[in-house]
Write a protein that binds this ligand. Structure first.
Ligand code: PLP
Length: 391
């Protein structure tokens, strides 16, 4: 099979605006991964020279990542991605400290599901998508073992006041652990400061330029965590399984490249995001940006995500037309059994169901160009028009 055939290189001819789902690996990460794979190393747990060479690569990746994230190397636990890191955080803490789990109502399912499975509760958000700190404060008592609030939301990019939330949790319940899912934030924010006060921080490589299947949970010193995967006791007994050495190095390199380019990258993506969102707003009647504050300021949103809701349009039908016209986008909500459920994030923000049904998420990243934005500005208003006239 020719893996370079046209069907495998669609992105070169389409406007890919779904970077929040996954962003293409950065060339530096691909090169680092290829280099590690080509060296035909052993298992990092083996004592022979080939195994120890792999161990050194893993240690180097750990050191590099620790530096970028402002953590100690011993605090880095490599995982398979964001879902595993979040599950390890919630389930691992509750296994050590039986008690209540709290999370925001707008978490990704990778947090919501383990919290619900443990009988935990959700904390509401305001209409602008920020956690209601008064309600959170009122729920914090000695029965709470873990609180989880994401750094940036995957549907609308809303950035939470993580330092303030961490301080509130630690102040009210000194024994409780504060976890943040920073999966969507890692490409945009410096987590060495943004998540400095979280006890646990989850990230996923494929959201910032490493391959799918690489992730990390930062476990700050002193945070007790039981493993979820049991076996050979790798990652200092916190995550069994042979580590993905090449993936870990690719993740570390992608994190470093993202950190080195962050300031210019954030400015250029925010500029394209503004052009896209403002352009759509100017041409589509009945469109709202639910997470954008009334004063129009988008500075509290991760720059790569635009979420809009379009009146009188079914998001699913719109996505189909966009796909046909060469624009890859997303509704941003869970897809179960082929049907798009209205987003729990928009519901938590109080967006009426009729508007939430017309949700569209466009997400930009390191391969996005102005011509992708032009194409979206060309195609989306026309597709909306087509759906409205058919209705
Ligand atoms: N958390 C958030 C906020 C996400 O956006 C995602 C994926 O979209 C995940 C967790 C899960 O990450 P992964 O795909 O690496 O399992």
């Amino acid at each position: 099979m020719d893996l370079t055939s046209r069907s495998h290189t669609l992105r070169t001819v389409r406007a890919y605006l779904d970077h929040a789902a996954t962003t293409p690996p950065r060339p530096e990460a691909v090169a680092a991964m290829a280099d590690v794979l080509a060296r035909q190393l052993g298992n990092p747990s083996s004592v022979h020279a080939s195994g120890q060479a792999a161990r050194r690569v893993l240690d180097d990746a750990r050191d590099l990542l620790a530096e970028v994230l402002g953590a100690k190397p011993s605090e880095i636990v490599f995982t398979s991605g964001g879902t595993e890191s979040d599950n390890l955080a919630i389930t691992g803490v509750l296994a050590c400290h039986p008690g209540r789990a709290l999370c925001s109502a707008i978490e990704h399912e990778a947090v919501l599901e383990p919290v619900h499975a443990a009988g935990g509760r959700t904390v509401p958000v305001t209409s602008s998508g920020v956690v209601d700190l008064d309600v959170l404060a009122a729920q914090l008592d000695d029965t709470v073992s873990i609180v989880s609030v994401m750094t940036a939301n995957n549907e609308n990019g809303v950035i939470q006041p993580i330092a303030e939330i961490a301080a509130l949790v630690h102040d009210r319940v000194p024994g409780a652990v504060f976890h943040t899912d920073a999966v969507q934030a890692a490409g945009w924010l410096d987590l060495s400061t943004a998540a400095a006060y979280a006890d646990l921080v989850a990230i996923s490589g494929h959201k910032f330029g490493a391959p799918i299947g690489s992730g990390v949970l930062v476990v700050r010193e002193g945070t007790e965590l039981a493993p979820v995967l049991l076996g050979g006791g790798q990652e200092h007994e916190r995550r069994s399984g042979t580590p993905n050495v090449a993936g870990a190095m690719a993740l570390a390199v992608a994190a470093r490249v993202a950190a080195e380019n962050r300031s210019d990258f954030v400015i250029s993506v925010a500029r394209m995001r503004d052009r896209l969102a403002d352009g759509l707003g100017a041409t589509i009647d009945g469109m709202i940006e639910p997470a954008r504050p009334a004063n129009g300021d988008r500075s509290g949103l991760a720059p790569g995500i635009v979420q809009v809701c379009i009146a009188g349009v079914e998001g699913e039908a719109l996505l189909f037309l966009l796909d046909e016209a060469g624009v890859d986008a997303s509704a941003g909500s869970a897809c179960a059994a082929g049907a798009l459920d209205p987003s729990h994030v928009l519901a938590a923000m109080g967006v009426p169901t009729e508007m939430a049904r017309g949700a569209l998420r466009l997400s930009l990243g390191h391969t996005t160009t102005d011509s992708d934005v032009d194409r979206a500005l060309d195609v989306i208003p026309a597709a909306v028009e087509q759906l409205r006239s058919a209705a």
